[in-house]
Design a protein around this ligand. Structure first.
Ligand code: UDP
Ligand code: MG
Length: 310
């Protein structure tokens, strides 16, 4: 077997209904390139027939590789495991749910061949719920502000990376990460193109609101300490404002005299500040928790078995 030129990386978690349609579209695209390639699936601890369907494809698709996780370690860990096993000059990530059209792959490859080392994508006519789109807009803007990166669409996983960038990512050992942002920190010459976006094939999104919030904490706190700095700034502003408030109350007391009305207003103000304090403790906790995870040095994911690799 020739050394692959392109490695396609697909994380899959409970995607039984999408695998066959995906391969039916992906294989012709890849064969049409006329270059050696490999398709690496990571089964992220699926509880449906995902693993058995993929295993069943192995004999008929010599380019197929399969990494079997020993549990659900998340989309980004699934991609990282495949990155470590990949050997293509160009590595392309793709979702298993057919939201990213495989037909766009040749355009991504063309951009890498032009000399770009990371090809990001912007989803045209994004087919997600209104809530997801609005949330993404907020995330994209705040992340760009906080990290100083310039990426239009952090959430689109149809992306291409040059081997050098993937090698750099493979050297990172952090336990929580967000791959597009990590790649961006290593990119010397990134570009972005617009790609199509479809509705999810079968099944439901694997991200509940809770998991989405967790993922975005990974993105925000994993790539910037600006939240901590903002918080410290807010603390300073609050204390300055409260000194002003105290002075105001003192003057008022001289003019109007003692009073207990307005005590609920005071409560409202108090609750507001207590809310900020609790938020701040939680924020510090996020960072401390991450440091704790890193120092424990547990394996980031556990591979049970691999198939199809030489
Ligand atoms: N995925 C995964 N592990 C997870 C969650 C998701 O490997 O714990 C995969 C999933 O199978 C899909 C991709 O990551 O291929 C994106 O997930 P999904 O489509 O649910 O996310 P959304 O498109 O809603 O952001
Ligand atoms: Mg999806």
């Amino acid at each position: 077997m020739d050394k692959p030129y392109v490695s396609i990386v697909v994380p899959a978690y409970n995607e039984e209904g999408n695998l066959n349609p995906l391969m039916e579209r992906l294989l012709p695209v890849m064969r049409g390139l006329g270059k050696p390639f490999e398709i690496i699936f990571t089964d992220d601890g699926s509880r449906d027939r995902t693993l058995s369907i993929l295993k069943g494809m192995l004999p008929s698709v010599p380019e197929l590789r399969l990494i079997e996780f020993n549990g659900n370690f998340g989309q980004h860990m699934a991609i990282l495991a495949a990155f470590e096993k990949s050997s293509g000059e160009i590595v392309i990530t793709l979702d298993a749910d057919l939201q990213n059209p495989p037909e766009e792959i040749p355009r991504l490859i063309a951009e890498i061949e032009k000399g770009h080392d990371v090809v990001g994508t912007i989803r045209l006519k994004r087919q997600d719920t209104f809530f997801r789109k609005a949330a993404s807009r907020v995330v994209n803007i705040t992340t760009n502000k906080m990290t100083g990166m310039k990426m239009s669409d952090y959430g689109c996983m149809l992306r291409a990376y040059h081997r050098d960038v993937v090698d750099n990512i493979n050297h990172c050992q952090e336990t929580t990460t967000f791959i597009p942002a990590l790649a961006q920190t290593f990119a010397a010459n990134p570009t972005e193109i617009e790609v199509g976006h479809a509705e999810r094939g079968e099944g439901e999104s694997k991200y509940s609101l809770y998991r989405l919030i967790r993922l975005n904490f990974d993105l925000m706190t994993g790539f910037s300490v600006v939240p901590l700095q903002l918080f410290a700034l807010m603390g300073i502003l609050t204390s300055v404002a409260s000194v002003g408030f105290a002075v105001f109350l003192m003057i008022r007391r001289f003019i109007i005299g003692a009073e207990v009305e307005g005590v609920f207003t005071l409560f409202a103000i108090l609750f507001f500040f207590i809310g900020i304090v609790i938020f701040g403790i939680g924020l510090v906790g996020e960072y401390v928790g991450r440091i704790y995870q890193e120092v424990r040095k547990r394996p980031r994911y556990v591979v049970r078995r691999v198939h199809g690799f030489q």
